[in-house]
Design a protein. Structure first.
Lengths: 113, 112
């Protein structure tokens, strides 16, 4: 139990569907992150939020739309995804951005048909 | 961008054996993190190293950061099947620590 909960754990969707991934942290952290993990590739940082404000967008396609309504919740809205978007999406949180250890959720395994 | 190279990419050892995983950077590491991941699951934080020459231990796992802060090693003593998984190193981008770059990971298998 890392204190970071992601739902759903698995998601299968068609390319025309719209779905959302949810992340919730119970650690009192101020920073939250979305990562993408594809087979045979290093973890790729997608977005960073600090105190609900987006501080980094790592050139992520607009078909991925993050939302951070408060410091405890982070969403990733998905629409018109491509097969190459199939991956494990990991959420993480840290106390702040200043060189702190990040705590990860178990991820959402996303499959695009 | 800061790239981290991990070696070996995969490792198979017999239970009870010691092993070492390396993480090397072409640039100075301002913060070095070791994580363990089981397939299809999230990353479990193991240790964080910041100072040159620093060494930390947790149970049978020891991590070191060299004096030049460009290489870290993770050493497991008397490995057990429970140690199996993917070990990833991550490093802060510069001093701001606002972003982690990760290595590709080392897949560890421990045979009973």
């Amino acid at each position: 139990e890392t204190g970071v909960t992601q739902t759903p754990r698995h998601l299968v969707m068609g390319m025309t569907n719209k779905k959302s991934l949810k992340c919730e942290q119970h650690l009192g952290h101020n920073a939250m992150y979305w990562y993408k993990q594809s087979a045979k590739k290093p973890l790729e940082l997608m977005f960073v939020y600090n105190f609900k404000e987006q501080t980094e967008n790592n050139s992520v396609p607009s078909r991925f739309s993050p939302e951070c309504p408060n410091s405890s919740h982070l969403f990733l809205h998905l629409h018109t995804l491509q097969p190459e978007d199939s991956a494990l999406y990991l959420c993480a949180s840290s106390q702040d951005l200043g060189g702190r250890a990040q705590h990860f959720g178990d991820g959402t395994r996303l499959s695009i048909l | 961008s800061q790239e981290l190279e991990q070696s070996p990419q995969s490792l198979i050892v017999q239970e009870g054996k010691n092993l070492t995983i390396n993480c090397t950077s072409s640039k100075t590491l301002y913060g070095l993190y070791w994580y363990k991941q089981k397939y299809g699951e999230g990353l479990i934080f193991l240790m964080m190293l910041q100072k040159g020459g620093e060494e930390k231990s947790h149970e049978k796992i020891t991590a070191k950061l060299d004096e030049k802060k460009q290489q870290s090693s993770l050493h497991i003593t008397a490995s057990q099947p429970s140690h199996a998984g993917i070990y990833l190193c991550g490093a802060d981008k510069a001093t701001s620590g606002s972003r982690l770059t990760f290595g590709e990971g080392t897949q560890l298998t421990v045979n009973p």
